[in-house]
Design a protein around this ligand. Structure first.
Ligand code: PGA
Length: 246
């Protein structure tokens, strides 16, 4: 794993955007794996600014999101579909038909998981997956204890994840209890992974990721076995890490 230490959230977002834009420039047709949550909004803001200022085009980019809540329609302001539209898709020239997010309203949820896994394979796999990390080490919505062999699947969200995401809802009761997420093996098939980490709330997770063993009880630890991971982390997130060669 390559670790890039930056001063703060803004610098993390700028560095991540440079990385993503560099890939888009070098590739005829790039498939980007995208994440939601608080961490990547700065990156998306930088991509939008670059699109307006430098004209980087997304016409040949496919996107595949990590996850979606069960029971929220595409129109729901808290759905990850709406998050992606308002934080990125509506502001760049990506074709909406080239963007993919699991449907949290599918009548047959298992069928939707299978469809999504197959879709990722059929698009040729993910070239660059953007990831955040949960305070409990989750990646996507793969909570502690998830099998490293898992493909796209249905999950019960832990209370700590529901509490962490309650800030977007008017009350915790409104936070969905289930989601569809790419599995750990789905994420690990990505050719490259860019993990973004910012803030003191992630310092314990960063320490475990960099210093502890690979274990299903800390899902992000599997990234140590991936051949092409770059972590862009700010100083606050790295506070507890002992052996970083600074
Ligand atoms: P955050 O979430 O970016 O909102 O901190 C990260 C995650 O839960 O994966």
């Amino acid at each position: 794993m390559r670790i890039i230490e930056v001063s703060d959230y803004k610098q993390m977002s700028v560095k991540a955007a440079q990385h993503v834009i560099g890939k888009i420039m070098k590739s005829d047709c790039l498939t980007l794996g995208l994440a939601t949550g608080g961490t990547p909004t700065g990156l998306y803001g930088e991509l939008i600014e670059d699109h307006h200022v430098n004209g980087t085009s997304y016409k040949c980019v496919n996107s595949i999101n990590l996850d979606e809540y069960i029971g929220l329609s595409k129109e729901d302001p808290n759905s990850y579909f709406q998050y992606m539209c308002s934080n990125l898709f509506s502001h760049i020239d990506i074709a909406l038909e080239n963007t993919h997010i699991p449907s949290g309203m599918a009548t047959d949820l298992q069928k939707e998981c299978d469809r999504y896994e197959k879709l990722i394979e059929e698009t040729g796999g993910i070239d660059l997956q953007i990831l955040g990390i949960g305070e409990n080490g989750h990646i996507g919505f793969n909570e502690p204890g998830t099998s490293f062999q898992s493909g796209t699947h249905l999950v019960e969200l832990t209370e700590s994840t529901r509490e962490a995401n309650a800030r977007y809802f008017s009350s915790i009761d409104e936070v969905p209890r289930q989601a569809i997420t790419m599995g750990i093996s789905t994420i690990m098939k990505s050719r490259e992974i860019l993990l973004l980490v910012s803030g003191k709330s992630k310092q314990d997770a960063m320490k475990k990721l960099l210093e502890n063993e690979v274990t299903e009880s800390f899902p992000a630890s599997i990234l140590r076995n991936h051949p092409n991971v770059t972590i862009i982390a700010d100083k606050d997130a790295l506070t507890m890490v002992q052996h970083l060669h600074r």
